[in-house]
Design a protein around this ligand. Structure first.
Ligand SMILES: [Zn+2]
Length: 326
């Protein structure tokens, strides 16, 4: 039995698991807080060290708990990764532009002492669906940030610069009151439509514009955290629904462009915010996509992925299993 140490590093949570390539499943998993720029005032270089330390600590805890010894590592990280395993950007963790490419693969491999593969987190998650038999699809992640990775013929489209899938960092507005993205730029799609974007900008801005409407909404009296918003949305609160519908307009425009340009017809939706708001959200998203690009198939184009929070961990494991090594 080959055991892989798999990571799904998110902006908010660091997931770590041991995956069995013979049993085709995770044997054990744990979730830890990600050391990120919002939680820590540390400089980028210090934060990067904290990140690698946290990943090592997570692995040691899992190994001690399970007594399984992994033979290789596959890690998904939230940003573009080149073929040498350098992380090029990671705004949901490290904030504004990196001072230079970060040798993530070399650093993680040195820390854990195992052969290591590092890839973009959405790419890793996509391999779960590839191994299910999906061939042509766009994996859309709506969590702390927004990602959208296209797979054709079961292969991720990475581009010559390995930086595809960063739909959240496409500019939607240059107006002075547009929200600031985690990456430091103004008006990016992720600043509107991500879980953080909805909570930090849209709901706050709407509450300031319409205090009376906010006062009678389900959000009044809450801390307006992302999950408060998701709960109010799921319960059908009209004021919150209106905010969420506004927040996803930029995302719908971006996805409509993928349908228009490359003929994408299947969109698999994952991510903490997406799972919290569920199919009422994807129905709304489909309607908004149709407003941007008229296509009768939008009604059935969206499906929710596995809502078990393991997409990245299992996808990384399936990638390693598929190749017989990491
Ligand atoms: Zn951005």
């Amino acid at each position: 039995m080959t055991i892989l140490l798999t990571y799904d590093l998110g902006g908010t949570s660091l997931r770590c698991g041991l995956y069995s390539t013979s049993e085709l499943q995770l044997l054990i998993r744990q979730v830890y807080p990600t050391p990120n720029c919002q939680r820590s005032g540390a400089r980028q270089t210090v934060l990067r060290d904290q990140l690698i330390d946290a990943m090592l600590d997570a692995a040691l805890a899992l190994i001690a708990q399970s007594e399984h010894r992994p033979e290789a590592v596959v890690a998904g990280v939230p940003g573009p990764v080149n073929v040498e395993g350098f992380l090029l950007e990671a705004p949901t963790i490290l904030g504004e532009q990196l001072s230079g490419p970060f040798p993530f693969k070399a650093r993680l491999s040195a820390a854990v002492g195992l052969p290591t593969t590092v890839m973009n987190d959405i790419t890793a998650a996509g391999y779960r669906y590839v191994c299910d038999g999906q061939e042509d699809f766009c994996l859309v992640s709506i969590g702390s940030g927004i990602g959208a990775k296209i797979f054709f013929n079961s292969v991720p489209v990475l581009g010559v610069s390995f930086d595809t899938g960063e739909l959240g960092h496409v500019k939607w507005s240059s107006l002075p009151d547009a929200p600031i993205c985690d990456c430091g730029e103004i008006g990016h799609i992720g600043a509107y439509a991500s879980g953080r974007g909805v909570a930090n900008f849209l709901v706050q801005a709407q509450a300031n514009k319409d205090p009376l409407g906010f006062a009678v909404s389900r959000l009044a009296g809450t801390a307006i955290h992302t999950m408060d918003i998701a709960q109010a949305f799921v319960k059908g609160d009209p004021w919150t629904t209106n905010c969420v519908a506004t927040s996803l307009i930029p995302l719908a425009a971006g996805l409509a462009a993928t349908r228009s340009i490359v003929g994408m017809e299947r969109y698999i939706v994952i991510g903490g915010f997406a799972f919290a708001v569920g199919t009422p959200y994807t129905s709304l998203l489909a309607r908004k996509c149709n407003e941007h690009y008229n296509w009768p198939g939008w009604n059935t184009a969206f499906e929710m992925g596995y809502a078990d929070d393991d997409n990245g961990l299992v996808g990384a494991g399936r990638y390693g299993e598929d190749r017989g090594k990491a």
